[in-house]
Design a protein around this ligand. Structure first.
Ligand code: PLP
Length: 262
């Protein structure tokens, strides 16, 4: 009998199959972890754009958390797109109600095509209610700038921003450099014990990078669910990303999905 660690993604769907919860589930499958899911909202989306967004009624979100808690032993979980302040608050409450551990918070705000996946007035709820629950938080540069409310222009300001996010309550911070314009794609990691390091990744000039953030954070969840350390989970995630970016698949006409088979 095969036994797989059980994990949870709390996020939005992507009808185009490349990002959000769909990327989470595919990634965890590739990492040999069983992913359950709480759908917080639904998007009508393809590789070209996000056409519509519909957050689900809160009672339905609650019902999914209960169904999962009644049956599974969740070893690690992640949050993705949470849409608005009400849903962020609800998710933070449920994470505490069911004592979910090994939580990776991907503070998704805007899709690559520009569609908003979090309302502006929800940022404060993310800061006060969700970030303090995060074992790992994985903002990209624009998300980190929104959280710390100042711009990040170089390595020094990146380090300062990560420290500020840690002071908001996230234990470990992975500040992703993928939105910078340089040839490199370095991520800065600040661990709970104060140690830090940079992870390098080659800047891949590709349109087929839809769902990279979801994929990276999902590998971390999968590795934490297997019982690996935070540092190892982060390093494995970066390695996984660097590998799958080398093998494109051609699906859709716009910003295509990643190849989760690697
Ligand atoms: N749609 C959903 C539901 C998401 O959760 C995300 C990212 O987390 C995206 C779209 C955006 O993906 P990307 O910015 O990689 O295109």
């Amino acid at each position: 009998m095969n036994e797989y660690p059980e994990a949870l993604t709390i996020a939005g769907t992507d009808s185009g199959g490349g990002a959000g919860m769909m990327a989470d589930i595919k990634t965890m499958q590739a990492c040999h972890v069983f992913s359950t899911s709480v759908v917080v909202g639904v998007t009508a989306q393809n590789t070209i754009d996000v056409q519509r967004v519909l957050p689900l009624p809160l009672e339905m979100v609650d019902a999914q958390f209960k169904s999962i808690a009644d049956d599974f032993v969740i070893k690690a979980a992640k949050t993705g797109a949470l849409f608005d302040a009400e849903h962020v608050h609800n998710v933070a409450q449920n994470i505490q109600r069911y004592s979910l551990e090994n939580l990776v918070v991907d503070p998704v705000m805007v899709a690559k095509g520009g569609a908003k996946l979090l309302t502006d007035d929800a940022i404060d709820t993310v800061i006060t209610e969700l970030i303090p629950l995060a074992d790992i938080i994985t903002p990209n540069l624009p998300e980190a700038e929104t959280i710390v409310k100042h711009s990040i222009t170089d390595r020094e300001s990146t380090k300062r921003a990560a420290k500020e996010i840690q002071q908001l309550g996230a234990k470990n911070v992975v500040l992703k450099g993928g939105h910078s314009n340089g040839p490199k794609n370095d991520d800065y990691v600040l661990l709970a014990d104060g140690s830090d390091f940079w992870m390098s990744g080659q800047h891949v000039d590709s349109k087929r990078k839809h769902g990279t953030g979801d994929t990276l954070s999902s590998v971390m969840v999968a590795e934490l669910a297997k019982g690996h350390s935070v540092k190892m989970a982060i390093q494995t995630a970066k390695q996984f990303m660097n590998e799958i970016l080398q093998h494109e698949i051609h699906v859709g006409q716009g910003h295509g999905p990643l190849n989760h088979w690697g």
